[in-house]
Each structure stands twice: as structure tokens, then as C-alpha cells.
Design a protein around this ligand. Structure first.
Ligand code: FE2
Ligand code: FE2
Length: 260
């Protein structure tokens, strides 16, 4: 059964809990997933040293990794940063994390596509027309029986919760469902959850694995996702301070969407 460890919002920099890095790395070695997904916000303020720490963390994972940038991975602090943000938005991400922004990963019957969804000025997530064309082309070449998975930073199910989610999420979910996408992975809110939408797509959101900026007393968490022929299981693993470990919490079970 294919398994994924889904991390998000690592936020190296202020409020980062370095001791959780070690536990997460140990867990990955123990859980032995087919791949590790990191759905954006690797840094807090897109500083060079924060990216260097994120790079060093990822280098210690001996599994296939797919990452995308989050809104915090764009420079913002100084006027010079702003010029860089408007002209070379992901120069630091490309230098430290991955040379490509939108990427694919094929493993164990999964066809996974990671898409950046940040706007340099406006909050919330969106994909450009060029990205949608790229997504179309990629999905068209996916093996017929592969499970199609999309990774993007802003939440596609958000019910008006702040911070802002993916723009025009409902239409985007329709668009993805028409292309046979079964699973969407998000981060950004720092609140773990998973639901199956009216379109049949399972949208799973990971909390923040290692940042102290937790929300609604949710604490630190990451998701362990397992797929079999009929179902997708999303296990939320929450950090328990007394055990100093991530403990298996609720496991949500969904019936897999049948591609149209
Ligand atoms: Fe975040
Ligand atoms: Fe974010």
C-alpha cells in the first residue's frame, strides 16, 4: 500500500522548534513512506539562513521528496527584498530547495504534481493559465491506473476560515475532478483536517510540523496518508509533549474517487 508522509509549514526561522525536526526525521525513518511531501512555508521570512536550515533538514530525508514554496517563502522584509520579490520571486527557493517550482513525482502507483500557488502581492492561492496548461499536459501523460495527487499550499477547502485560501476553490475542484484527481494536499492554515468534497476529491491538510505558530490549540502535527485499492486513509499525527513524540491521532477513511 503506498504511503506518504505529508509535512507542511516547517517555518525555519523564528518560532521554529528544532527539537521537533529530530523527531520528525526519526518518524520518517520508522514509517518508511514511499515519499515525503512538503506543502510550502519552509521558512518564516525567506531569509537565506532559514532556507539553508530547510535545505539541511531535507537533505537528511532518504526518501523521494516533493516540495512547493508557500507564501512565506517569498522575500518580504526590506525594500531590496521587495524588488527581489517582484522580479525574482523564488530565486532563494530555487537556490536552496529545488531548481524547479512546479514539479512531478511518480512513485508506487501515485502520480503527484506540486504547484506553486502564491501571488507576489495578493493573499490566497491561485494558478496561472500557464500552470493549468502544464497541469493538463502532465495529467494527460499519467499512467491510466495511477492515483492522481495534487499538492498546493493554500487550502482548497476553507469555508471562509482565515487565513485566505485558494481563490475560486469550488471551480478548481470541479476542474480537477474532471481530470480524475483523487487527492489534494494543502497546508497554510496550520490546522490539520481532511474532507471529501462534493466532487469526490479528498482534500487533506497538514498542520505545522515544527513551528510554534500553532492555531486553535491544534499543536504540531503532520499527516500519514495510506492508499489501497478502494480507500484513502489520512492519519493525523499530533505532537504530545509528555511523550515527546508524534502520536497517531484520528484516522479519517475515505472512499476513493473513481476517475470520470
Ligand atoms: Fe504557514
Ligand atoms: Fe502559508
Amino acid at each position: 500500500m503506498p504511503t506518504l508522509v505529508h509535512l507542511s509549514d516547517l517555518h525555519f526561522g523564528p518560532h521554529h522548534h528544532a527539537h521537533l525536526d529530530e523527531i520528525v526525521l526519526r518518524d520518517i525513518a520508522t514509517l518508511n513512506p514511499d515519499a515525503v511531501i512538503v506543502s510550502g512555508d519552509l521558512t518564516m521570512r525567506a531569509r537565506h539562513r532559514e532556507f539553508a536550515q530547510a535545505r539541511d533538514f531535507l537533505a537528511r530525508i532518504s526518501k523521494p521528496i516533493l516540495t512547493i514554496p508557500g507564501n512565506h517563502d517569498q522575500p518580504i522584509l526590506t525594500p531590496r527584498d521587495w524588488v527581489e520579490r517582484l522580479t525574482r520571486q523564488y530565486a532563494r527557493y530555487r537556490r536552496y530547495i529545488h531548481p524547479a517550482i512546479d514539479t512531478t513525482l511518480e512513485t508506487s502507483g501515485l502520480f503527484i504534481l506540486g504547484l506553486n500557488d502564491n501571488h507576489p502581492i495578493l493573499p490566497g492561492g491561485f494558478w496561472t493559465r500557464t500552470q493549468r496548461a502544464w497541469l493538463d499536459a502532465q495529467l494527460a501523460r499519467a499512467p491510466r491506473d495511477a492515483v492522481k495527487v495534487i499538492v498546493t499550499h493554500h487550502q482548497l477547502v476553507w469555508n471562509g476560515w482565515r487565513p485566505a485560501g485558494f481563490w475560486d476553490a469550488e471551480r478548481t475542484l470541479e476542474w480537477l475532478a474532471a481530470r480524475g484527481v483523487a487527492l489534494v494536499l494543502n497546508g497554510h492554515t496550520h490546522i490539520a483536517d481532511a474532507v471529501q468534497t462534493a466532487q469526490g476529491i479528498i482534500v487533506a491538510r497538514a498542520g505545522t510540523a515544527t513551528s510554534g505558530r500553532t492555531r486553535r490549540h491544534d499543536g504540531n502535527a503532520y499527516n500519514l496518508i495510506t492508499l489501497d485499492t478502494h480507500n484513502i486513509y489520512v492519519q493525523v499525527r499530533r505532537y504530545d509533549a509528555s511523550a515527546n513524540a508524534f502520536i497517531a491521532g484520528k484516522t479519517l477513511v475515505f472512499t476513493r474517487h473513481t476517475p470520470r
